[in-house]
Design a protein around this ligand. Sequence first.
Ligand code: DC
Length: 231
Amino acid sequence: MSRPLIVAIDGPAGAGKSSVSKLLARRLGFSLVDTGAIYRCVALAARRRNLALDDDAALGSLLATLTITFRVEGEHNHVFLDGVDVSQDIRSPENSLAASQVSSRKVVRDGLLDLQRRLALQAGQGAILEGRDIGTVVFPDADVKFFLFADPGVRARRRYEELFEKGKEQPFANVLNEQQKRDKEDSEREVAPLKPAPDALRVDSSALPLSDVVHLLEARIREVVAARSAR
Ligand code: DC
């Protein structure tokens, strides 16, 4: 039995990866692995235990004790930390920043590789993995790779609207500021910095509606599926 088709979707926060990945997974009948949620779970567990986010020894021991699982329920992909649904808790602004910090630690990145690969390889027909280093580090041999990006102002505006819809309005300047901080941390870190894989298809979503981005990526994935089954 061949392995599931692996689709890597990398890019900065706010480029539309989550919405696009969710829709693609549903339309194609593929599994979805939200690798950002995995880093967010580690950050939440570290914060709850009052660990310093740069204490590699403590982070390493922590990783060995955590169980992170996903379950799709209706429209939502829920994430469970040690059996408890933390889908909401992991998305607070404090935890977002903490996730960015723990994700810069090599011990954390190395420790999560196996989990990310396992979750993808246990998929049926295919798996969509969204993250920052899927096409460069987690699956350098992914069957299809995308790098989704957009202007920083557009990305911050999308985040602002999302918070507004959830009743968690914040000044736009704060949202932009926080995004800049995370962009800087994600792209300047030494281990697996955010950068497009050389063989990734780069898609600028600044001026594209969500449906156009989904159609574009879906068409490319279907081409690869067809080429694979013709072999
Ligand atoms: O995609 P997200 O915003 O939920 O990711 C949370 C944090 O984890 C973000 O700061 C980047 C980091 N991350 C990472 O370093 N590598 C990944 N594959 C996924 C996320």
